[in-house]
Design a protein around this ligand. Structure first.
Ligand code: GDP
Ligand code: GDP
Length: 438
């Protein structure tokens, strides 16, 4: 099951960041060794009762002239419509109902997406409640009163938000069509790639049956197999707002990564890996998705027999947290190596959901331990009793040890490398959980 995505939309100063931070608390996503990712509070993992979801703050509007605010709000709302499962539309009881609120409400209503209208800064229910009712005029349902700064009303709000999530039902037949997200900076060639890969065989699919909202995903049949490319509508719709392009492409990336099995990270060969590429790659890594790095516009650079190796070294250096990623050097323009993409998708999916039998796994780990002694601390040595794979997507292993504190990060790396030597797992991260067994 993909995690539901909830987006917050609203005018500047209504309290979006305050709400986001209050909900996210310490659970803001952090990719430890990914440079740049930690600074942006763009998305966070939230748990409420037994629901888990990803919240994104579409944010990023600079309070400037009125026209600009409205056009940026429309942009923000469009991104939420394209990417979120539920939209929280935040308004401010102190500023009251504004014209731009009504315009955005119209847009949200037409999208047929679930929208939860939340009225912030209701610091005192007695004093402020009377002013909440005017927001009924927006025509998007009952306003829910909260105070983000005093953390009031969160329970009611989250109950309503979570009520829109699809219930995980047992008889729901698992659709195992691979879902692929193509992410990367503007102009790297994402839409061109999708157009080429999808060719004439495309069928636009909407992921919510029976709704009239914009179709966002494209289903393609290739070599007798189906593939779904995610958020293709978002790719066709180019952003008009320069200043926030970066934030918006990250917001989009987060939402589509969440729904994908495989993430194609596109890098422009003429520019190399940028900080923004690293941030986006970090998100896909953190989520344990299958990863393919496509270095595009390979036609546009001068090459000799060392160029490919040099590029690869540089990419591996900057994206050092994902040494397992598959790298392809492609040109959408000339068609070079595009055929290899489907092949790589298949391989990466297989690796991302591969299960290793416990017996074989423990043989490999024992051999590894025999070759390189586990770490010691003050005369006490780490003992590894048993290793077992407990999950796929990504493959997740539990290692039972005598003392957790003795397990050093570098030793986990070492074991990971031995496991990769034995089983491959190209294109997928691996997760390790260390447990004590007394
Ligand atoms: P954003 O631009 O929508 O992200 O808004 P911010 O989260 O930056 O908040 C704008 C201002 O409103 C800040 O000064 C906040 O402290 C204030 N604010 C946020 N939530 C509340 C609230 O519940 N009550 C009151 N009185 N002020 C709030
Ligand atoms: P997007 O913003 O990532 O969707 O990028 P587009 O698909 O719109 O492509 C941006 C620009 O790059 C367009 O002018 C494309 O023609 C160009 N482009 C895409 N792929 C290639 C390629 O392989 N080689 C060259 N030279 N240009 C490309």
């Amino acid at each position: 099951m993909a995690r539901p995505v909830v987006a917050i939309v609203g005018r500047p100063n209504v309290g979006k960041s305050t709400l986001f931070n209050a909900l996210a608390g310490e659970r803001i996503s952090i990719v430890k060794d990914t440079p740049g990712v930690t600074r942006d509070r763009i998305y966070a993992d939230i748990s409420w009762l037994n629901y888990d979801f990803t919240m994104i703050d579409t944010g990023g509007i600079e309070p400037d002239s009125k026209d600009i605010i409205l056009s940026q709000m429309r942009e923000q709302a469009q991104i939420a419509i394209d990417t979120a499962d539920v939209i929280v539309f935040l308004v401010d009881v102190k500023q009251g109902l504004q014209d731009s609120d009504s315009k955005v409400a119209d847009m949200l209503r037409r999208s047929h997406k679930p929208v939860v209208l939340v009225v912030n800064k209701v610091d005192s229910f007695e004093r402020d409640m009377a002013d909440v009712y005017e927001f009924y005029n927006l025509g998007i349902g009952d306003p829910i009163a909260i105070s983000a700064s005093s953390r009031l009303g969160f329970g009611d709000m989250l109950d309503v938000v979570c009520s829109y999530f699809p219930e995980p039902t047992e008889n729901e037949e698992e659709d195992d069509t691979p879902r692929i997200a193509v992410i990367g900076k503007p102009n790297v060639g994402k839409s061109s790639l999708i157009n080429k890969l999808c060719g004439e065989e495309r069928v636009i699919v909407s992921d919510i049956a029976g709704t009239t909202r914009d179709a966002v995903d494209t289903k393609v049949r290739y070599n007798h197999k189906d593939y779904i490319f995610i958020d293709t509508a978002g790719l066709r719709r180019k952003s008009k707002i320069k200043e926030d392009l970066e934030r918006y492409s990250i917001v989009r990336a987060v939402a589509s990564v969440e729904k994908a099995d495989v993430v194609i990270i596109m890098i422009d060969a003429t520019e190399g890996v940028t900080e923004q590429d690293a941030k986006i790659a970090g998100i896909a890594h953190e989520r344990g998705k299958g990863i393919i790095i496509c270095v595009n516009k390979w036609d546009a650079i001068e090459k000799n027999d060392k160029t490919m190796k040099e590029h690869e070294t540089k990419i591996r250096q900057i994206l050092s947290f994902m040494p397992y990623a598959s790298i392809l050097f492609i040109s959408v323009k000339s068609g070079q190596r595009l055929g290899k993409i489907y092949e790589t998708i298949d391989a990466v999916i297989e690796n991302n959901s591969m299960r290793i039998a416990t017996g074989v796994l423990n043989e490999i780990v024992s051999e590894a331990v025999a070759l390189q002694q586990p770490p010691t601390d003050k005369g006490k040595r780490l003992k590894i009793y048993y290793t077992t794979q407990v999950a796929v997507k990504p493959p997740t292993f539990v290692i039972f040890v005598n003392e957790k504190y003795l397990m050093h990060f570098s030793y986990v790396r070492y074991l990971e490398n031995r496991i990769r030597d034995a089983f491959g797992f190209e294109g997928t991260s691996l997760k390790f959980i260390i447990r004590e067994r007394k």
